[in-house]
Design a protein around this ligand. Structure first.
Ligand SMILES: *Cc1c(COP(=O)(O)O)cnc(C)c1O
Length: 382
């Protein structure tokens, strides 16, 4: 890293934070596919690596850039977002207690329920829209982790990170934030008091719907972080070299992608806010959104690109609207350059708490008027 470069992250990210390959001068890192690393005649390792599950050169630049992006001490990449989530929760011991939002990314919640049953870990959920509910859910001395996600998927409720950190710390717990939806472009959770930040890098960081990856960033180097690194090596949920390379390439355009998508999402949400064919539009950038004031404080560069529509009617009407779109892709996931529409309750299955009339939109980087027109024609056909 070039210490003299005082430019903003927005300017430094396209340069992979001043990366230049020391061996060749290449401005993109070389790819190293080797699974194992040779020793010399004295039986010493030739380089810094022994075996690619414990560490490999393809992760280095990516992890340094991710640490800078969130202002953390260190970052580690994983084979998927869920591999990172699972590695993190491996650090929770039997008898300890975890608090998480009642509505949150369903995969992470399913994992929490599983380890709670298997390992006698206490588990409480709180309503994301009300921080007092978090205060009531923590058990001082027993709660070791408060896990929050903001904006919360798929209602986009906003959790006040600074308040959650204060509550967690007062109870003797750490605060971990799933920052996937906000991305570090608009929210750097460590700056608001979080101890660890998680991103499904499959989403905005990569941005092109062609890599599955996860990132953990720590505010400080400590015992728990050492354990997370050990778990990554032993559980083996490691990112392949090519995926690491693709992810870094995708990240170079993170700011322009996110900002364009975020601006379009606001315009689209405002356009449909009072549409009589819809019950409600959920987007933290709307003044009518209950989390708007907190969002203004902790989302520094826009309110993100995720919007949910509560349509008049139920699952059938919602699916019909999704079925009528021509530009929006009907698919799960988010954060790609292509806009997506999904009937969330169908994706989450019969136990889902998501309303049947909710359509989740991930706004991409297309022309915003084309996206609005696509939804207009789709609603028209209802
Ligand atoms: C996608 C997602 C995850 C899981 O990440 P994968 O990369 O799919 O394993 C976790 N949290 C949120 C908010 C997500 O959107």
């Amino acid at each position: 890293m070039n210490k003299d470069n005082k430019a903003s992250l927005e300017s430094r990210l396209p340069h992979a934070c001043d990366y230049i390959d020391p061996a060749s001068g290449g401005i993109s890192p070389p790819l190293q596919f080797s699974a194992t690393y040779a020793r010399d005649a004295q039986y010493e390792y030739i380089g810094d690596y022994s075996y690619s599950r414990s560490g490999n050169p393809s992760w280095e630049v990516l992890e340094q850039v991710c640490a800078e992006l969130d202002g953390g001490a260190e970052a580690k990449c994983f084979a998927s977002g869920m591999a990172a989530v699972c590695a993190f929760f491996e650090t929770v011991n039997s008898g300890e207690h975890v608090v998480a939002p009642r509505v949150m990314y369903h995969g992470a919640q399913d994992w929490l329920r599983r380890i709670s049953e298997k390992r006698a870990i206490g588990l409480s959920f709180f309503d994301a829209g009300d921080i007092e509910k978090l205060r009531q859910a923590v058990q001082p001395g027993k709660t070791s982790v408060v896990w929050v996600e903001t904006p919360v998927n798929p209602t986009w409720d906003i959790i006040d990170i600074a308040a959650a950190a204060e509550i967690a710390h007062a109870a003797g717990a750490i605060l971990a934030v799933d920052g996937t939806v906000a991305s570090p472009v608009t929210t750097r959770a460590l700056e608001y008091g979080a101890d660890i930040v998680f991103h499904s890098a499959t989403k905005y960081l990569n941005g092109h719907s062609d890599v599955v990856a996860g990132i953990l960033v720590t505010g400080e180097l400590n015992q728990r972080w050492e354990e997370i690194k050990l778990v990554r090596t032993l559980m083996g949920g490691v990112l392949g070299p090519f995926e690491a390379w693709l992810l870094l390439r995708g990240m170079r355009s993170l700011f322009v992608r996110f900002n364009q998508a975020s601006q379009s999402a606001l315009r689209l949400a405002q356009h449909f806010e009072n549409d009589p064919r819809l019950q409600r539009v959920l987007y933290p950038g709307l003044e009518s959104h209950p989390g708007h004031e907190i969002a203004k404080r902790q989302m520094s560069q826009g309110f993100g690109a995720m919007v949910s529509l509560l349509v008049n009617g139920g699952a059938e009407e919602a699916k019909r609207i999704a079925g009528n779109t021509r530009l929006f892709v009907r698919a799960t996931s988010l954060g790609g350059v292509e806009s997506m529409i999904e009937h969330r309750a169908s994706v989450e299955g019969p136990h889902s708490a998501v309303p049947q009339n909710l359509l989740r939109l991930s706004i991409g980087i297309e022309n915003c008027q084309d996206l609005i027109d696509d939804l207009e024609q789709s609603l028209e056909m209802l």
